[in-house]
Design a protein around this ligand. Structure first.
Ligand code: NAD
Ligand code: UDP
Length: 339
């Protein structure tokens, strides 16, 4: 089976490429490198010892994508190619709507024209919005999102549902990720944010490597056990394995299926800092700052459905996540720029 990874040079895409290649599948990566580097593709080849077909292209460029799909003939498309910075999406909403929605529609059009019937989509826990109870279950209605990034995910899910309703041969798997962290155990690929990291784990890793002086913890007055927010952190290789299961599932089923990919176990910001320090023997300087706009106090996944239907279960511990993050960061202090 051959899988086209739109945005496959990015953080989750590159780890998924390794997982798919190791399972014997063929991989095509299409990326415009707006938030990644071609070095990641080379590293995927180094880790797996396998060749990856890769193309530099904007997924919004229909003529080019159609050409690539005709040439490579994939059986399934995984769509990672989104812009994902919440704060930036508030400042540049149109850029976010254009990129995220246009890429989705372009892929659907090219699939229709080339007869590709399986689509796996990178969605997010953000679609549960602010009004649902925790833990989140797939049957809950989508909530109202607090920023344009979240709304793009909400709208793309809707577009994909409508597309599947209109074509009974189409199979769409919506994967709602919780908080992916960690890196491949080789330390050759990992998360490489541009500029100041927005997310917790890359920020901690950059403090550890000396690129940032200290971490600011956004709020310690939440109604949680230690006052800091709690999230469901998932090792990126467990997440990658969820994509392998989703691709296999999409090949044998039709219609829309939705799966949470999380561990079901929340940790607070302070627990993450302490776990990183313990796993790696490094002190992380931090101070408490004000709450960040739009942050929910806590949420985590009910991941029973993925276990039951996809036969998927996380295997990595928080210690693994902290150790593998540091292994990547210490070997690549400036990310892929090191090379
Ligand atoms: P990433 O930025 O590392 O990867 C996205 C990749 O898509 C990058 O390589 C980027 O260059 C590429 N890309 C973006 N727009 C493109 C376009 N128009 N044409 C071609 N390539 C394009 O992000 P990631 O963390 O790997 O996330 C992958 C997907 O998962 C995104 O859709 C994101 O919204 C979603 N997601 C991520 C998280 C997370 O915490 N990382 C959580 C939930 C959902
Ligand atoms: N966080 C923090 N300091 C940072 C980055 C994040 O305290 O520099 C907190 C943030 O408030 C949230 C948690 O860490 O409670 C996870 O944030 P992240 O941005 O990684 O993921 P989110 O759940 O917001 O998508």
């Amino acid at each position: 089976m051959k899988i086209l990874l739109a945005g496959g040079a990015g953080y989750i895409g590159s780890h998924t490429a390794v997982e798919l290649l190791n399972a014997g599948l063929e991989v095509v990566i299409v990326d415009n490198y707006c938030n990644s580097s071609p070095v990641a593709v080379k590293r995927v080849e180094e880790i797996t010892g396998k060749k990856v077909e890769s193309f530099e292209a904007d997924i919004k460029d229909k003529a080019k994508i159609l050409d690539i799909m005709k040439q490579t003939k994939p059986d399934c498309v995984i769509h990672f190619a989104g812009l994902k910075a919440v704060g930036e999406s508030v400042k540049l909403p149109i850029t976010y709507y254009r990129n995220n929605i246009d890429t989705t529609i372009t892929l659907l059009e090219c699939m229709a024209e080339t007869g590709v019937k399986s689509f796996v989509f990178s969605s997010s826990a953000t679609v549960y919005g602010e009004e649902n109870d925790i833990p989140y279950v797939e049957t809950m209605r989508r909530g109202s999102c607090s920023n344009p990034y979240g709304w793009t995910k909400y709208m793309m899910e809707q577009i994909l549902e409508d597309a599947a309703k209109a074509d009974d041969k189409l199979s769409v798997v919506l994967l709602r990720y919780f908080n992916p962290i960690g890196a491949h155990e080789s330390g050759k690929i990992g998360e490489d944010p541009q500029g100041i990291p927005n997310n917790l784990m890359p920020y901690i890793a950059q403090v550890a490597v000396g690129r940032r002086d200290h971490l600011t913890i956004f709020g310690n007055d939440y109604n949680t056990k230690d006052g800091t927010c709690r999230r469901d952190y998932i090792h990126v290789m467990d997440l990658a394995n969820g994509h392998l299961k989703a691709v296999e599932y999409a090949a044998g089923n039709k219609g829309v299926s939705v799966f949470n990919l999380g561990t079901g176990q929340p940790y607070s910001v302070l627990e993450i800092v302490n776990a990183f320090e313990k796993a790696n023997g490094i002190e992380i300087k931090y101070e408490f700052g004000p709450r960040r706009d739009g942050d929910l106090p806590e949420f985590w996944a009910n991941a029973d459905k993925a276990e039951k239907i996809l036969n998927w279960k996380t295997t990595k511990t928080l210690e693994d996540m902290c150790r593998d993050t540091w292994n990547w960061q210490k070997n690549n202090p400036k990310g892929y720029e090191t090379e």
